[in-house]
Design a protein. Structure first.
Length: 246
């Protein structure tokens, strides 16, 4: 039997299984989601003990948590696992979207997509044509209608089409292909978008629509500073406690 060494001597370990790692990840995820960003959740040893798993299984759980953008890890005195700041789209991938079994892949795709957005905005600033911007504004109208209707599913799908249309203006084939594949992963494994039963959704959808509309207009007038500021806000502006995580 494999054993891991501790100060108290060897203790048995269980084999790494997806189920055990997922259970441990879910337990820590519950702590992270209810904590203020930056809050220390505990040391690795403390959280592993809480979950009752081996080092190898805990490491796999930690990989899942980091892929979903739920925790950050700091070393040294006072280190450990901390609740991470999540962008609205990462929160969307972790909570509002009803996903199939590929939840981890979707969360990873959302994080990578967020990281690529500034590159595509830079390209759109200089390569998008008036016809490109006309098509983006048509999609923005769809987002506005979905917001008026309080329809998060229609809104999110229109949002993805807008991002895909922005990406299509890039002259870099590899970047366009990578981004399109990420969107395919996100959309292909999304079963539905869950409405929020406690708070009105339409005001937040309108807020997100306005942000995207401002982004498109900033790109259209080649206002690089404003466009990059808006795409940064797109990734980092979180909804307040009275709104769903969208």
């Amino acid at each position: 039997m494999h054993a891991e060494l501790t100060r108290g001597g060897p203790v048995p370990t269980e084999p790494v299984t997806a189920g055990r790692a997922e259970q441990a990840a879910d337990r820590i995820a519950d702590l992270a989601r209810t904590a203020t960003p930056g809050t220390r959740l505990g040391t690795k040893a403390e959280l592993r003990t809480l979950c009752g798993v081996s080092v190898s299984t805990f490491n796999e759980a930690l990989r899942l948590l980091q892929a979903r953008g739920l925790v950050s890890v700091r070393s040294g005195p006072g280190g450990g696992l901390f609740a991470a700041e999540q962008s609205p789209m990462v929160r969307l991938g972790n909570s509002v979207l009803a996903l199939d079994a590929e939840q981890t892949s979707v969360a990873e795709a959302i994080r990578i997509r967020d990281a690529l957005d500034p590159l595509l905005v830079e390209d759109a600033l200089w390569y998008a044509s008036p016809a490109d911007f006309a098509e983006m504004r048509t999609i923005l109208d769809e987002m506005s209608h979905a917001a008026d209707a309080g329809d998060p599913t229609a809104f999110v799908h229109a949002n993805w089409r807008l991002h895909a249309r922005i990406a299509a203006t890039s002259p870099h084939a590899l970047l366009r292909s990578l981004y399109a594949n990420l969107l395919d992963i996100i959309e292909g494994h999304t079963l539905s978008v869950l409405p929020d039963g406690d708070h009105p959704l339409a005001p937040y959808l309108h807020e997100r629509h306005h942000l995207h509309a401002d982004l498109v207009e900033a790109m259209a007038r080649h206002d690089r500073d404003t466009a990059l500021s808006l795409i940064h806000a797109h990734k980092t502006t979180a909804p307040d406690s009275a709104r769903p995580h969208l």
